[in-house]
Design a protein around this ligand. Structure first.
Ligand code: LRH
Ligand code: MN
Ligand code: MN
Length: 406
């Protein structure tokens, strides 16, 4: 017997001209990777609080990620960070992931934790250090090939703290040189996703500070380079949806690192603070999925969705489940926007009607829809409740304290 809430919902959406079969198909096929580092302990520069039951190695991180996939059904990929997730034999890690029903996703090189990188990695004025950094990038390309991952997510902490500290233009050239070498090592079906962030740890200038710089770098490198938008990496008030629309139109939107922020790069869990912003981001994506330009559609379909967040206080697996269901909820709401209605209002230049056509989709309760989609996918209708009822959270406590941290 169909759920009575869903029956009502279905009728309501049909009356609005929404094709629920298409909506459901999109909700089943979106995939959101979880970050291996979000399963470990993290904190602020003041304190890392250790939790009990935190994975002690990359294999256990994969096991925890598999729980998120088991309960949500839309998070089969696990992004890894090298060397945080360094193992002697990556084929073993790959096999371990597959045994647990997940796979290794984007490979994130880490060029910010070695002493040599104090004054920069790929933009360091010392050619030996740039060589070391480039070799690490190449090593990560090899790891991606070994584990069958097609994406490399690149974020550079490189920057300076004071005016005059270094030559900004030279650094730009050095970065391009190093990244070109990496670009040439990619297989045809691989891509590098170039992330940007306006400050931290550098406080005066950061070599790739905004989407324009990442876009420019990607364009110079070639079609296998795209831009990665981390939602926590912009100054307050930035219109992220606009950046997303612009990159989609340029066919250069590689992916997302979803997380929430209140002040800086807070890495709070996705959808906790800014649900309307995430909804409006998905509005741009949904509208691109139906664009008449096949290239824009193709870009919208190939977006790599990833979480990038830390759980300093909250339990990690449930926080990850909550984020996935939050992203799914906001995507579902954006899929309820009647794009024809928006377009008609735009043609009449009716500002109030256009805004209303977008916002009213946000106001629908999509719980009945998501329950049905999940049941059809064979995952729990309420992933969080099902996880909390499972014994996994208890079981991992035997790992004790002092697991992986960064
Ligand atoms: C930088 C960043 C980047 C890193 C991750 C740990 O702030 O967003 O993606 O690799 O955090
Ligand atoms: Mn990030
Ligand atoms: Mn970040």
């Amino acid at each position: 017997m169909a759920d009575k809430h869903y029956v009502l919902f279905e009728e309501q959406q049909k009356d609005r001209g929404i094709n629920l079969d298409e909506v459901k198909e999109k909700l089943r096929t979106i995939k959101i990777e979880t970050p291996s580092w979000g399963y470990g302990d993290s904190g602020t520069r003041f304190k890392v609080f250790q939790q009990e039951g935190v994975p002690r190695d990359p294999f256990e991180k994969i096991e925890d990620a598999a729980q998120v996939q088991k309960h949500t059904g839309i998070s089969p990929g696990v992004a890894i960070h090298i060397p945080w997730d360094y193992v002697d034999d990556f084929t073993k890690l790959k096999a371990h992931a597959e045994q647990h029903g997940v796979h290794l996703g984007a490979v994130n090189p880490n060029l910010f934790q070695d002493d040599e990188y104090k004054f920069g990695s790929v933009t360091n004025s010392d050619p030996d250090i740039r060589r070391k950094a480039t070799d690490h990038l190449l090593e990560c390309v090899d790891i991606a090939k070994t584990v069958g991952s097609k994406e490399l997510s690149l974020w550079f902490a490189d920057g300076t703290n004071y005016p005059g500290q270094a030559d900004i233009r030279k650094r730009k050239h050095w970065m391009y040189e190093c990244l070109s070498e990496m670009y040439n090592a990619l297989d045809e079906d691989m891509r590098m996703l170039i992330e940007y962030k306006f400050f931290e740890p550098a406080f005066y200038h950061t070599d790739l500070a905004d989407w324009g710089m990442s876009y420019n770098m990607a364009q110079k490198l070639g079609p296998k380079a795209e831009v990665l938008v981390d939602t926590g990496h912009h100054p307050q008030g930035t219109n992220i949806e606009h950046i997303v629309a612009y990159l989609l139109d340029e066919k250069r939107l590689g992916g997302f690192h979803f997380n929430s922020r209140k002040y800086a790069d807070d890495d709070l869990f996705a959808g906790s603070l800014n649900p309307y912003e995430l909804f409006l981001t998905f509005y741009q994506i949904v509208s691109a999925l139906y664009d008449e330009d096949a290239g824009v559609q193709k870009n919208a379909k190939s977006i790599a969705y990833m979480l990038d967040q830390c759980h300093n206080l909250e339990a990690k697996i449930p926080a990850m489940i909550r984020s996935i269901t939050n992203v799914q909820t906001l995507y579902a709401k954006a899929l309820l926007i009647n794009l024809d209605e928006v377009q008609q209002a735009q043609e009449k230049q009716d500002v109030l009607a256009a805004e209303h056509a977008v916002r009213k989709a946000f106001e629908f309760d999509v719980t009945p829809l998501l329950r049905v989609v999940r049941e059809e996918m064979g995952v729990p209708a309420d992933p969080m409740a099902a996880y909390l009822e499972s014994e996994y959270g208890e079981k991992i406590l035997k790992r004790g304290k002092g697991g992986a941290s960064w």
